[in-house]
Design a protein around this ligand. Structure first.
Ligand code: 3IO
Length: 338
């Protein structure tokens, strides 16, 4: 009897849940790896708000920041297998997996995040790279150009000798060429690595000085204008296919807008973060000489060659990808005044 009641209660609860879901529309889970106040999660919350507004609440987005649902390295697999409906991946954490969109991680001196993010979105639309065929891409964006943030000053490139710096993707190779020791790991592991002294600093964009409080431990900042890190927001393909057309349209309509919004947010936020860091921790900012920038650029040229070989091996016309990216970069720089 008791067992029967339990079974009945469970059945009733399940039926109620199912009808509630049918009435409320779709609930989408969205996983992200860094903490809630960092820019990949700020853009996630903005996207959630826009999606819920534009679908009149037919879609509800449940966000999971800080690796609470999926971490940096199992994000791609977790979305493919449906552990989360949506996930945010940093392309640089998956070497060799995304040869086409890794073009955004090359040292081509992007002047702003908005330019880089819109360029990335257009590149994706044009090439529809096969490595994304198993998922639905909802939006793309990049971090801001990367700078050195360190515990001891890097006033000149020679100060990099042997210095362990956290990075990912193409930047690791540039660092090696400049005499530093690049240590590859996701951003979400960096606070601990800095704390333990495994690394003496990191190479990323200045937003992290405030959002991870890295300004406290990394009091010295060096302007290097190294590559941006490209990101993609991906959705489980079967889950995407299960959505009605009006919901799909709402999400598709938001793709490019979201890239622009995130770029603009981060461009403003890096300024705010640096000002905050100077004010709170009196961080020092060093500029390199023209000759040193030329040396960084020379390192970058080797990287472009290496990327071309990888992209060609994956079946892409690497020269076309690169020149299309540079054309889009120029177009958006002219349009946005940078
Ligand atoms: C980044 C990654 C996570 C949270 C904040 C961030 N700001 C810049 C980045 C880019 C980066 O270093 C990375 O590893 O993707």
């Amino acid at each position: 009897m008791r067992k029967l009641i339990t079974v009945l209660a469970a059945a009733i609860t399940l039926a109620a849940l199912m009808s509630a879901t049918a009435m409320a529309g779709a609930v989408l889970t969205y996983a992200n790896f860094p903490p809630a106040k960092t820019f990949p999660c700020i853009q996630m919350e903005h996207w959630k708000t826009e999606v819920e507004k534009r679908t009149n609440g037919e879609i509800t987005v449940q966000t999971f920041p800080g690796s609470t649902l999926l971490g940096a390295k199992n994000m791609l697999r977790g979305v493919q297998t449906g552990q989360a409906d949506i996930g945010c991946i940093s392309i640089a954490y998956y070497p060799g997996v995304f040869p086409a969109m890794s073009v955004l991680n090359l040292p081509v001196a992007f002047s702003s995040t908005k330019v880089a993010s819109l360029t990335m979105w257009d590149m994706f639309q044009k090439y529809q790279p096969k490595e994304f065929k198993g998922v639905k891409v909802l939006t793309m964006f990049t971090s801001a150009p990367s700078q050195i943030m360190s515990k001891t000053p890097v006033k000149q490139l020679a100060d990099l000798k042997g210095m362990e710096l956290r990075a990912s993707g193409s930047i690791l190779k540039v660092l090696g060429g400049l005499g530093a020791q690049g240590v590859g790991m996701p951003m979400s592991q960096t606070p601990e690595a800095l704390q333990k002294g495994v690394v003496k600093g990191l190479v990323s964009s200045f937003d992290v000085l405030k959002d991870f409080n890295f300004a406290e431990i990394c009091r010295y900042e060096t302007i290097t204008n190294l590559p941006v890190y490209p990101f993609a927001v991906i959705m489980n393909k079967a889950r995407w296919n299960s959505l009605p057309a009006n919901m799909k349209k709402a999400l598709d309509d938001l793709g490019r807008e979201q890239a622009a919004w995130t770029g603009e947010y981060l461009d403003n936020h890096i300024k705010e973060s640096l000002a905050w860091s100077k004010d709170k921790y009196q961080v020092e900012v060093f500029e390199l000489t023209a000759a040193e920038h030329a040396e960084i650029k020379a390192q970058g040229d080797g990287l472009v060659q290496a990327w071309k070989a990888d992209a060609a091996k994956a079946g892409y016309d690497a020269d076309a990808l690169l020149s299309d990216m540079l054309t889009l970069k120029k177009k958006y720089e002219a349009e946005l005044g940078k």
